[in-house]
Write a protein that binds this ligand. Structure first.
Ligand code: NAP
Length: 474
């Protein structure tokens, strides 16, 4: 498919602006130029914070915020194919998967509109204590203030939506720094918010060098909350640098799935084959480590490997493609090096490996727990399959990571499912579903090194508001 090039401006204080310098956006598949956006620096980031702080001075009532969110959802529906094609072009996400992301963004805005309408505090029963008799108390939920949002490349539309939509629902103006490799979807979303009637200054989008723009968001006291989705080192580093702000982190994972001996092996193999390699494994909850009870290992692999090998690898704009490129050649070379490191340590390559400029869905067996593909986040189309002798061993090995975002178990036993749900130290546990599953209203977020918050509009709105107690003497 011929690539269309799009040029967008940054959004600061309701104006579409240029800076004189440009960030080129290239297709991860072909290297072709797919667009360019102005490159902002610290000066533009400061102007963006100024604009957001001014916007905060004129609060938007809940019914207006909700109406804007509903209109964005409607516009996303209308321009669904354009949104999907933008995601596909800049991130190299297969077009069918990109359409799912575009649909999920509709859902995210729709749920955020609900939250805007029902945002409320609570009444405290003051006369429950002698000291409170004769008083009425209630809490108000107030917007925390200006929100700084930093988003990753892998869901360039819906993960931006998960920051912008709850912030507006909560009544917080935003300064967004999208990933430099994928700023086009974020700016398209910004265009839709403007078209939906968002007043000046409520959303500002500055693409540019991460450390420079990040530093402005960290240093400026008016930015009261930073919501960050991305890699662990960057996220925890932001929290260290901004100890007095709320820094909300959605980070990586090394996602495990356990296949118990009593599992429906056909269903487990189908779900895991689809979810270890979707978007070339570049989801924070892409299935990476599969632990199978030894008696069913061969039967599982006999079902799993043909499904992996049937995945169509190629041009992400092709309707048939299941697995496209990873984001850039550095990422590809790192992933291939990790595969080789595991093989050198004794792992067996069951299928996959390099395929021209791409990586075929790769399955490794007998991988030592110390190999990077086992203990770190691969963020590529690689899954490892290891036998275990008991559920307890599977849980222990699944937990043997600094991460804790989501994990899954396949079993026909309720007792096994509950034991896994209790034993797995993760923010979410799926039963008979791949741990890659997410829908947008869920409380989604990790424990341990994977983060410190939950997203999903209802939960993000809670983070983006502060409780104010009002005590009234009767
Ligand atoms: P990344 O390299 O950490 O980048 C994420 C964002 O942070 C980008 O906008 C990046 O800007 C910015 N950034 C980089 N260094 C920064 C700094 N020093 N200060 C402020 N901002 C900085 O992550 P990525 O490669 O885009 O995304 C992949 C990671 O995100 C994986 O670890 C994945 O697991 C995680 N992730 C987590 C979730 C979740 O919900 N838990 C969802 C998706 C992805 P530039 O692009 O300009 O470098």
């Amino acid at each position: 498919m011929a690539t269309t090039t799009s040029e967008r401006r940054l959004l600061i204080d309701g104006e579409w602006v240029e800076t004189g310098a440009w960030i080129e956006v290239r297709s991860p598949y072909s290297g072709e130029l797919v667009g360019r956006v102005p490159r902002a620096g610290a000066a533009e980031a400061r102007r963006a914070v100024d604009a957001a702080a001014r916007a905060l001075e004129t609060p938007l009532p809940a019914h207006e915020r909700a109406a804007i969110l509903d209109r964005v959802a409607a516009l996303l529906r209308e321009r669904h194919e354009e949104v999907a094609r933008t995601i596909c072009a800049e991130a190299g996400k297969p077009i069918r998967t990109a359409r799912v992301e575009a649909s999920r963004a509709v859902s995210t805005y729709t749920f955020a509109a609900v939250e805007a309408r029902k945002l409320a505090g609570e009444v405290i029963p003051m006369d429950a204590a002698e000291a409170g008799a004769g008083k009425l108390a209630l809490t108000l939920r107030r917007p925390i203030g200006v929100v700084g949002a930093i988003s990753p490349f892998n869901f360039p539309c819906n993960l931006v939506a998960h920051k912008l939509a709850p912030a507006l629902a909560a009544g917080c103006p935003v300064v967004l720094k999208p990933a430099s490799q994928t700023p086009l979807s974020a700016l398209l979303l910004a265009e839709l918010e403007q078209e939906a009637g968002l007043p000046q200054g409520w959303l500002n989008v500055v693409a540019g060098p991460a450390s420079e723009i990040g530093e402005v968001l960290v240093a400026d006291e008016r930015v009261r909350l930073i919501t960050f989705t991305g890699s662990s080192d960057v996220g925890w580093g932001l929290q260290e640098r901004a100890p007095r702000k709320r820094v909300k982190l959605e980070l990586g994972n090394s996602t495990p799935a356990i296949v118990a001996a009593d599992a429906d092996l056909e269903a487990a193999a189908s779900k895991l084959a689809a979810n270890a390699f979707s978007f070339a494994g570049q989801s924070c909850i892409s299935v990476q480590r599969i632990y199978v009870e030894r008696p069913v290992l061969d039967a599982f692999l006999g079902r799993f490997l043909p499904k992996v090998e049937a995945l169509v690898v190629g041009d992400p704009s092709d309707e048939a493609t299941d697995v496209g490129p990873v984001i850039d050649t550095d990422a590809r070379d790192r992933i291939l090096a990790w595969i080789e490191e595991a093989r050198a340590a004794g792992a067996r390559l069951l299928t996959g490996g390099r395929d021209g400029e791409l990586i075929r869905p790769t399955v490794l067996a007998d991988v030592p727990d110390t190999a990077k593909v086992s203990c770190e986040e691969v963020f590529g189309p690689v899954a490892i399959v290891n036998p275990v002798d008991s559920l307890a061993e599977a849980i222990e090995r699944a937990n043997g990571t600094s991460y804790g975002l989501q994990a899954g178990v396949f079993t026909s036993s309720i007792a096994t499912a509950l034991a896994a749900a209790e034993g797995l130290e993760f923010g979410g546990v799926t039963v008979n579903e791949a741990p890659t599953f997410r829908s947008d209203q869920m409380p989604y977020g990790g424990v341990k090194g994977s983060g410190n918050t939950k997203e999903g509009p209802a939960f993000a709105v809670r983070e983006m508001t502060e409780e104010r107690l009002v005590i009234v003497q009767r």
